[in-house]
Write a protein that binds this ligand. Structure first.
Ligand code: SF4
Ligand code: SF4
Length: 436
């Protein structure tokens, strides 16, 4: 916690910040809760988001257990658990923190990075202030500069992400993970052993297993639940230990099985089924998912890092030595990841086509956070590939404020109308159409 003495003026600024940030988070949380169809077992996920963003609490943990902040899904949480600490994802969607960070970073830096810088500057969020260490995979220029900014204020460890996924690149990432392991041991004072790493993998493996059940249930019945609610669950995973999150998801799965047996869905209308992809959607910046569902579309799936992509692939150790476990972590973190930070990312197109087929998607919204070049760069390629399938796609650029909400609403509404007007294809799409 920040214990520096502050002037009355600074204190007033902090108080204003806390009040504004908390009001914004409460508003978006309320809108998510008010959307029809949330399973009752979702309450603990909403509660976690409320604790962190509305009430400004830190993650709950036992005395003496440290937290390690992460800024990308490619930083393996298993290593942090194995060192006896708790990982928390610190990528932020706060409009209030963004407004502070906007004065600290260049105009064209992405809002996610500005919001993180804003939180660090104002020093009122226990989640950020109490971290013993922050780990930043260097995936783009914004993250690189953010690492430099944070290093002046707290303990930082960077991970160099390879640009491709060849064997030698994976070898390089294994070395990065060993270096990260050393920093973690020094920070926590705990040695990572084969057993502690294997236990950590079991903990995250359980959460991944429940997530795989959840995804299977979701595919089995269209309109079973709303994507905005799924995003709330996935965002809450950032602030809950993996096994606890898995246990809560187990209860959601049980409720969904009951819904399926009663053929119960969140709507009886055939609402246009939309897939959301692109730059991360992080609470409370949840305006696009909400607009999709408030404008009578259904967010049927998302291909984003705060959604399914972040956790769905399990770690698969082939070699049961300690080094084998480390390698399996490096492989899981990079090979299945469809982040545009990799030079050749055709895998993302394949993944999107697979999701379009599995979730019977009728339109794709491609989200670009202002200044997020890596995602923007891939838009043309994806628009072309989806055009060949006859799937409409729209690019929506957004920032961390509410000034663009009306414009986003108009464009999303028009897109949903377009999907409704579109006649069903004359010819049913075949596997060959999807995968060439
Ligand atoms: S979008 Fe890329 S850089 Fe951002 S969290 Fe996901 S994998 Fe990491
Ligand atoms: S990948 Fe995009 S959203 Fe993420 S830090 Fe880089 S520029 Fe920002």
């Amino acid at each position: 916690m920040n214990t520096q003495t502050v002037s009355p003026r600074e204190q007033r600024q902090k108080d204003r910040f806390i009040s504004k940030a908390s009001q914004t988070a409460a508003k978006y949380l309320r809108r998510m809760e008010e959307l029809s169809g949330a399973p009752e077992s979702m309450v603990p996920f909403f509660r976690v988001l409320r604790d962190i963003y509305v009430d400004g609490k830190d993650v709950s943990r036992e005395d003496g257990v440290k937290t390690v902040g992460t800024y990308c899904v490619m930083a393996p949480h298993e290593l942090i658990y194995a060192a006896g600490a708790i990982p928390v994802k610190l990528c932020s969607g706060s409009y209030t923190a963004f407004s502070i960070g906007d004065d600290l970073a260049p105009r064209d830096a992405c809002p996610l990075v500005k919001a993180v810088a804003g939180f660090q500057q104002i020093g009122v969020m226990p989640l950020y202030d109490n971290c013993a260490l922050m780990v930043l995979p260097i995936t783009c220029d914004c993250k690189k500069k953010l690492a430099g900014y944070l290093a002046e204020r707290c303990e930082v460890c960077t991970l160099q992400i390879p640009v491709s996924k060849e064997d030698e690149d994976i070898e390089q990432y294994v070395r990065e993970l060993y270096q990260f392991l050393g920093v973690l041991e020094e920070t926590t004072g705990n040695r990572v052993t084969y057993d502690s790493l294997a236990d950590a993998m079991k903990k995250t493996g359980y959460a991944q297993f429940e997530l795989s059940r959840f995804l299977r249930l979701k595919k089995s019945l269209p309109y079973l639940l709303r994507g905005t609610h799924i995003m709330a669950m996935m965002n809450a995973a950032s602030y809950m230990p993996a096994d606890e999150w898995g246990r809560q998801l187990h209860l959601v799965n049980r409720e969904l099985e009951q819904r399926i047996s009663r053929n119960e869905t969140v709507t009886r209308r055939q609402l246009p089924r939309i897939l959301l992809t692109g730059s991360p959607i992080i609470f409370p910046n949840i305006k696009i998912p909400l607009l999709i569902e408030e404008m009578c579309g259904i967010l049927a799936a998302d291909e984003t890092c705060m959604g399914e992509r972040g956790m769905s692939d399990p770690v698969v150790p082939v070699d049961q030595s300690f080094d084998g476990l480390m390698r399996s972590l490096a492989i899981r973190a990079t090979r299945p990841c469809s982040c545009p930070t990799f030079a050749d990312n055709r895998q993302r197109i394949f993944r999107l086509k697979q999701m379009i087929r599995d979730y019977q998607i009728e339109g794709v919204i491609y989200h670009v956070l202002r200044g997020c070049l890596v995602y923007d760069f891939e838009y043309r390629q994806i628009e072309e590939a989806l055009g060949e399938l006859g799937i409409p796609v729209i690019r929506l650029e957004s920032d961390y404020n509410e000034e663009d909400v009306e414009q986003l609403r108009i464009r999303i509404e028009a897109f949903i109308e377009l999907i409704k007007l579109k006649k069903p294809p004359e010819v049913r799409r075949t596997e060959r159409d999807y995968y060439g």
